[in-house]
Structures are given as structure tokens and as C-alpha cells.
Design a protein around this ligand. Structure first.
Ligand SMILES: *[C@@H]1O[C@H](CO)[C@@H](O)[C@H](O)[C@H]1NC(C)=O
Ligand SMILES: *[C@@H]1O[C@H](CO)[C@@H](O)[C@H](O)[C@H]1NC(C)=O
Ligand SMILES: *[C@@H]1O[C@H](CO)[C@@H](O)[C@H](O)[C@H]1NC(C)=O
Ligand SMILES: *[C@@H]1O[C@H](CO)[C@@H](O)[C@H](O)[C@H]1NC(C)=O
Ligand SMILES: *[C@@H]1O[C@H](CO)[C@@H](O)[C@H](O)[C@H]1NC(C)=O
Length: 512
């Protein structure tokens, strides 16, 4: 509200300077006009205008007379304006129009008689429920058609017969349950039908899309992967369906497939991924896997098997995966992690193992790791053997484990460590732990330390910031961090409240 008020003031002032620009619009020298809060298409728009953007307005109807003078218009965007109806032929004479966007309105049908030079048509977030055979007639130059979030239930192939140059078709968020024949779209590269109610496709539905590279069928009710997927595919999204099994042997014609997204299905196993030689990303999060997929393809860079029931990680699982950079195994039941299991992954930088059942940090992890997440396991000891090679490690998360002691020597092995999460562990706040604290402060590492569980008199104190426990160790440590300030005579209660900073605030760091 406030922003639109400001914009209003701005445009009103602007109008004072420029006589040719309509009220509530701003006109720039590059022939662009932007208008807000209009109740009709402004009459006085310069006829040289090439781009017209209108939004947050109330324009129920569009008619031929609205655009009659705009003979140079190339791009028209009218969004969030409550537009319900468009008179026949409104856009027909706009022979220069290349891009028409009418998203977030209340249109019930595709505007009729669109100009034949149109290349981009975006009608997302309207109430269009039917496609007619004539809707896209003559649009031989159309490259992008976006009708996501409408109410379309079927795709009559005849509606698409003119669209010989269509490259991108977006039908996400409609009401499609089943489709008959496929539209013929030989140039189509990008097809997205996510979030519909599709449960199957007729045989050979996909065969006609000879150049398709990207296909999304996520968020449907599919129980089977269509078998006729085009060979040209590079990226396939089948997340959030009801797949129970998948035979990758039936997909080995997808020789260029690079990204395969299968998260949030009901897969209990997956086999044959090595038959997809160009696969670089495989996402299998939130399935029912009890083991890692065997024989993974050797070019894999990202593997997400988080949120399954995997119990073991062995060297065999990761044999030959030299390109693997990101491995997500969090939220499983991993209790066995073979020493050196990831040694062949000589580029691994990101390893997520949080929320598993590990009782120790896996041995001989690749020295390329930059992030290691072990939050929420049952780790008791942090030894130098586990960490001593991790020279690249920047983020180490050991939150919510069972660690009570941490030798400061261990941290000396981690020269690049910037973030260390240690809270949620039952710390035994001995004077030794305070030596570790001193080493961490000296290193400049950002530490979430958490609270002492022992000894009794320190329970609940924050060991990274409490001055109370520091005082208790005063005589035991020759020179304390923070120097004199720490030694000021304070009552213990005061001291601990001074120390209560953001140390124990819970927050999760971003993985990028
Ligand atoms: C608009 O065009 C459609 C399709 O040609 C036609 O059926 C309809 O009668 C026309 N509407 C008006 C008001 O002329
Ligand atoms: C696979 O990719 C290569 C290289 O980009 C290309 O030459 C080849 O035609 C593609 N194969 C298929 C089946 O599209
Ligand atoms: C896919 O793999 C095959 C065989 O390994 C190779 O010839 C082809 O060029 C690859 N395609 C791409 C796009 O990398
Ligand atoms: C804490 O450490 C001290 C000294 O090592 C030890 O005597 C004590 O038993 C430990 N307390 C707990 C609860 O582990
Ligand atoms: C400090 O050291 C003395 C003896 O060296 C010991 O009695 C005392 O318990 C230690 N204090 C703490 C808090 O560990």
C-alpha cells in the first residue's frame, strides 16, 4: 500500500515534467511505459511505445480501441489487473508484437486472433479451462507458451498444430488427468506438466517430441515411468509421484540424460544407473531405499539419497565416482560407514550425514571436504585420526551428539575451519575444555558451543562465553583469553549473565 502510494507520488511528479506521459505512468526514453493503478488502458500512451507494462490495476476488459494507435508495440505485459475478457481482434493488428504476457488475471479463455508475429505468450495464473482448435492458429513463430496455473483438463492436439517453432511449453498446475494423443511439436525442447493429476500416458505419447531436452512430470500420480521418452533428454523430473519401482534398463536409450530427479516417490530400490553414462545428478531423497543404489554411473557429481532407510556405506558403493562433489545421506539409519569408503571421490566437497546412527566420525574421509555435517548422530569422541587430513574443511557440524570433551590439538589439524557447531552435546566443562576454547577464539572460528552438562556447579553455563567457569579455572590456566577483563571480580550470577550472548541460539547454516 505504502509503496504504491510512493509510486503514485513519483509518477505524478514525473508527469509534471513530461507532457506526453499519461497519469500514473512513467515513460522512459527507450520507449518503455510503465503504469500502475490504472482503470483502463491509458489513452495518451505515446504511439512510438515499444514496451508497455501495466500491473496492479483494475482493467476488467480489453478492447480493440485500447491498442489501436500502438503500431510500434513489441512487448505488452498486463498483470495483476483483474482482466476477465478481451474483445475479439484486440491484438490482431499489432503486427510488431512479439511478447504478450497477461498473467495473474481472470481470463477464462486464450485471447482470440493473436498476431502472427508473436514469439512469447504467457497466460499463467488465470482461469482458462479449455483450449480450442483455433486458439493458436497461425502462430508459427511462437517459441514460448506458458499457461501454468489455469484449469486446463485436456490438450487437444489440433490446438497446437500451427506451433511448428514452439520450444517451451509450460502446463504446470492445471487439471490434466489423462491425455489422448500428443500434440506434434518437433522443435519442443522444454516441456513441463508438473502438478497436474496425470496417472499415465498413452503409448508413444512422447515419441513425437524428437528434440525434447527438459521434461518435468513432477507432482502427478504416475506409478510408472513412460517408456517412450525421447533420446534427446538431458533433464528428467519425476519427483512427487507414486513410483514404486523403476527399471533403468528400460531407459538406457537416454544416453545424454544428465539430471534425474526422483525424490518423494516410493522406490525401495533402484538398479542399473550405470546404464545412464552421462548422469551427473541423481536425486532420490524421500523414498524407501534400504541401500545405496549399486553401480552408480561414473560421471555423477551430485547424489542425494537423504531421507531413506540406508544403513551401510561401503567403498563398493562409491567405486570409481571420481567426479562426485555433493553427497547427501542425511536422515537415514547409517550406523556402518566403512573406513575410506569415499576415498575414490577425490573431488567431494560436501558430505551430509546428519540424523543418522553413527557412533564415531567416519575414518579416512576425502581431504577435499569443505563441509561435513554430522549433526544428530551418537558420536562420543572426536579424535585426531578422523579429522587430521581435512585440510579444506570450512564447516563442521557436530551439534546434538554425545561429545563431552574436545582436545584442542584436534582443531589444529583444521586450518581452514570457519564454522564449528558443537551445541547440544553434554559438555564436561573441565579446565581442559577451556584450553580448547582459548584455541578456538585465537583461531577466529565461529563457534556455537552449547552448555555444560558437568560438573554440577557449571551445569547450564555456556562454555564458550561463560565467565563463571573461566573464573573457576583461573588458577589452573596461566593466561586466559580476554586478559584482564575476564578477571574482574564479579559475582558468579552477574558473570554468567554477561556471558549470555548468542552462543546457544539455534540456527541452521546455509549449504550452497
Ligand atoms: C469472437 O470470435 C469467436 C471465434 O471466432 C466467435 O465465435 C464469437 O462469436 C466472436 N465474438 C463476437 C462478440 O463477435
Ligand atoms: C547427445 O549429445 C551429443 C553431444 O551434445 C549429441 O551430438 C547427440 O546427438 C546427443 N544424442 C541424442 C540422442 O540426442
Ligand atoms: C554421453 O555419453 C556418451 C558415451 O559415453 C558420449 O559419447 C556422449 O558424448 C555423451 N554426451 C554428452 C552430452 O556428454
Ligand atoms: C569430567 O572430567 C573429569 C576430569 O577428566 C572427570 O573426572 C569426570 O568424571 C568427568 N565428568 C563426567 C560427567 O564425565
Ligand atoms: C584447578 O586445579 C586445582 C589443583 O591443580 C584443582 O584442585 C581444582 O579442582 C582445579 N579446578 C578446576 C575447576 O578444575
Amino acid at each position: 500500500m505504502y509503496l504504491s502510494y510512493l509510486l503514485f507520488i513519483f509518477f505524478s511528479l514525473h508527469n509534471g515534467l513530461s507532457t506526453t506521459c499519461p497519469r500514473r505512468c512513467s515513460c522512459d526514453p527507450a520507449q518503455s511505459v510503465q503504469c500502475y493503478r490504472a482503470t483502463e488502458i491509458p489513452r495518451e500512451i505515446p504511439f512510438t511505445t515499444r514496451r508497455l507494462y501495466i500491473s496492479h490495476s483494475k482493467i476488467k476488459q480489453l478492447q480493440i480501441t485500447d491498442f489501436r494507435r500502438m503500431s510500434a508495440l513489441e512487448e505488452l505485459v498486463l498483470s495483476c489487473s483483474g482482466t476477465e475478457a478481451i474483445e475479439n481482434n484486440t491484438f490482431k493488428a499489432l503486427s510488431t508484437l512479439k511478447s504478450l504476457e497477461l498473467y495473474k488475471n481472470q481470463l477464462k479463455q486464450i485471447p482470440t486472433f493473436l498476431p502472427s508475429g508473436l514469439e512469447i505468450l504467457k497466460l499463467a495464473d488465470n482461469s482458462i479451462n479449455t483450449l480450442h482448435a483455433t486458439d493458436f492458429e497461425g502462430l508459427m513463430k511462437l517459441r514460448v507458451l506458458d499457461i501454468r496455473n489455469n484449469l486446463i483438463a485436456t490438450l487437444p492436439p489440433s490446438a497446437f498444430s500451427s506451433l511448428c517453432n514452439l520450444q517451451s511449453l509450460i502446463l504446470d498446475g492445471n487439471n490434466m488427468e489423462s491425455l489422448s494423443a500428443a500434440p506434434k511439436l518437433p522443435r519442443l525442447k522444454y516441456l513441463s506438466m508438473a502438478d497436474n493429476k496425470l496417472n499415465s500416458f498413452p503409448a508413444n505419447f512422447f515419441a513425437s517430441f524428437q528434440n525434447l531436452q527438459f521434461l518435468s512430470l513432477s507432482g502427478n500420480f504416475l506409478t510408472k515411468v513412460p517408456l517412450d521418452l525421447p533420446k534427446s533428454l538431458l533433464s528428467l523430473k519425476l519427483e512427487k509421484n507414486q513410483l514404486k519401482t523403476i527399471r533403468l534398463r528400460d531407459m538406457k536409450h537416454l544416453e545424454n540424460l544428465s539430471e534425474f530427479f526422483l525424490s518423494e516417490n516410493q522406490l525401495s530400490s533402484i538398479d542399473g544407473a550405470q546404464l545412464l553414462p552421462n548422469l551427473t545428478t541423481l536425486e532420490l531423497s524421500k523414498n524407501q531405499l534400504h541401500a545405496l543404489p549399486p553401480r552408480l554411473p561414473s560421471r555423477l557429481q551430485k547424489l542425494d539419497c537423504s531421507n531413506n532407510h540406508i544403513q551401510r556405506v561401503t567403498a563398493q558403493d562409491f567405486q570409481g565416482l571420481q567426479d562426485l562433489k555433493h553427497l547427501f545421506l542425511d536422515n537415514n539409519a547409517v550406523s556402518t560407514f566403512e573406513a575410506g569408503a569415499l576415498q575414490q571421490c577425490a573431488q567431494l566437497s560436501n558430505l551430509a550425514l546428519e540424523q543418522n546412527l553413527l557412533i564415531s566420525i567416519p575414518l579416512r574421509l576425502p581431504d577435499t571436504l569443505a563441509r561435513l555435517d554430522l549433526k544428530g548422530n551418537d558420536i562420543e569422541d572426536v579424535g585426531e585420526q578422523e579429522l587430521k587430513d581435512l585440510k579444506q574443511l570450512q564447516v563442521l557440524n557436530l551439534r546434538n551428539n554425545k561429545i563431552s570433551a574436545l582436545d584442542r590439538k584436534v582443531l589444529e589439524y583444521l586450518p581452514r575451519l570457519r564454522h564449528l557447531y558443537l551445541d547440544g552435546n553434554p559438555w564436561n566443562c573441565t579446565c581442559d575444555l577451556l584450553r580448547t576454547r582459548r584455541a578456538l577464539v585465537a583461531k577466529g572460528t565461529d563457534v556455537r558451543g552449547g552448555q555444560c552438562a558437568a560438573p554440577a556447579e557449571s551445569r547450564g553455563e555456556s562454555w564458550m562465553s561463560s565467565k563463571k567457569i573461566l573464573q573457576q579455572c583461573e588458577d589452573n590456566l596461566s593466561s586466559m583469553e580476554g586478559g584482564k577483563e575476564d578477571r574482574k571480580k564479579m559475582k558468579p550470577s552477574e558473570a554468567s549473565s554477561v556471558g549470555a550472548n548468542t552462543d546457544d541460539d539455534y540456527y541452521d547454516y546455509e549449504l550452497d
